[in-house]
Design a binder for this molecule. Structure first.
Ligand SMILES: *[C@@H]1O[C@H](CO)[C@@H](O)[C@H](O)[C@H]1NC(C)=O
Ligand SMILES: *[C@@H]1O[C@H](CO)[C@@H](O)[C@H](O)[C@H]1NC(C)=O
Ligand SMILES: *[C@@H]1O[C@H](CO)[C@@H](O)[C@H](O)[C@H]1NC(C)=O
Ligand SMILES: *[C@@H]1O[C@H](CO)[C@@H](O)[C@H](O)[C@H]1NC(C)=O
Length: 254
């Protein structure tokens, strides 16, 4: 009976107590380096821009186009983060008058989205990124791009129409970077030279073969058959494209 009540050696008790006291502490310490930097509440793009004090036009556009909401929800759900170029009020007021009003609502959305990149870029990552860089804007010709150039510590962003140095960041901590810029970035697709109105597809219209004189009875020459063969080929390529596109569309429905 008495043998089962043998007290535990004091050293063992001491060790257990030591572990109990220190283990949670050790765990907490192990966790610290893994956790991201401290964030004071959820990121709020509007609040960051408001605090900057000179972005009222951008804030208005973000609201009117509802891009602000879109950006905020993207930020909430993003693995790659976001980068925003924030043109100052001066940048907007130095635009040629009518620039904004000359855009239809859809184009205004594109203009604002052009200032948003679908991942987080620190100034350092800008220096090593390869051009062109995708923006959030897109149109009939696909995604609107920007180029980023750097020399020593200066980073420039260019659109093919204008360019701006990237100076201060209003915020730069994954997942969000907000850079102040002194110019509104004008997408090439909206402000570049307009392509000339497409000519009525001259290559697709087969040349009307010269009407052979009714009296001619010799065998048709090579020169006369070639164009019609070419146009047949052209047509089958065209149909291949249409069919391929149809299949793609069906594929995307499935
Ligand atoms: C973000 O900040 C703005 C301005 O400070 C505020 O009106 C808005 O409610 C905030 N949004 C969220 C989701 O906290
Ligand atoms: C983003 O997340 C914050 C906090 O979780 C939430 O208050 C806010 O409504 C969210 N905003 C959007 C647009 O989803
Ligand atoms: C950035 O732009 C400024 C003026 O637009 C120009 O002087 C400078 O050379 C550019 N720097 C780079 C690295 O492109
Ligand atoms: C980016 O640079 C490439 C190569 O110089 C050029 O062809 C392209 O038009 C540029 N795009 C923009 C948006 O500036």
């Amino acid at each position: 009976m008495a043998s089962s009540l043998v007290p535990l050696p004091p050293m063992f008790i001491g060790l257990t107590a030591f572990l109990l006291v220190t283990a949670p502490h050790l765990l907490a310490q192990a966790k610290t380096p893994v956790a991201p930097g401290p964030t004071a509440g959820p990121l709020n793009v509007t609040a960051i821009l408001e605090k900057g004090g000179q972005y009222t036009t951008l804030l208005r556009l973000l609201k009117e186009t509802q891009v602000g909401e879109q950006v905020q929800s993207q930020l909430n759900n993003s693995y790659d983060g976001l980068t925003i170029f924030a043109p100052t009020d001066n940048a907007f007021s130095s635009l040629k008058s009518g620039t904004l009003n000359g855009l239809n609502p859809q184009e205004q959305v594109s203009l604002v989205l052009y200032h948003v990149l679908p991942r987080f870029y620190s100034l350092t990552t800008f220096q090593t990124t390869s051009n062109p860089v995708r923006t959030q804007a897109s149109g009939n010709n696909g995604v609107y791009m920007i180029n980023v150039t750097t020399s020593s510590n200066q980073v420039n962003v260019s659109t093919g129409v204008d360019d701006a140095p990237i100076n201060d960041d209003l915020y730069s901590d994954f997942p969000l970077a907000v850079y102040s810029i002194d110019k509104v970035l004008l997408p090439y697709d909206l402000f570049g030279p307009k392509p000339p109105a497409p000519a009525p597809a001259p290559t697709k219209v087969p040349k009307k073969p010269k009407k052979a004189p009714a009296t001619a009875s010799g065998p048709t020459s090579e020169a006369e058959t070639t164009p019609s063969t070419a146009s047949l080929k052209g047509r089958s390529v065209g149909w291949g494209f249409v069919v391929g596109f149809g299949l793609m569309s069906i594929g995307s429905l499935l």
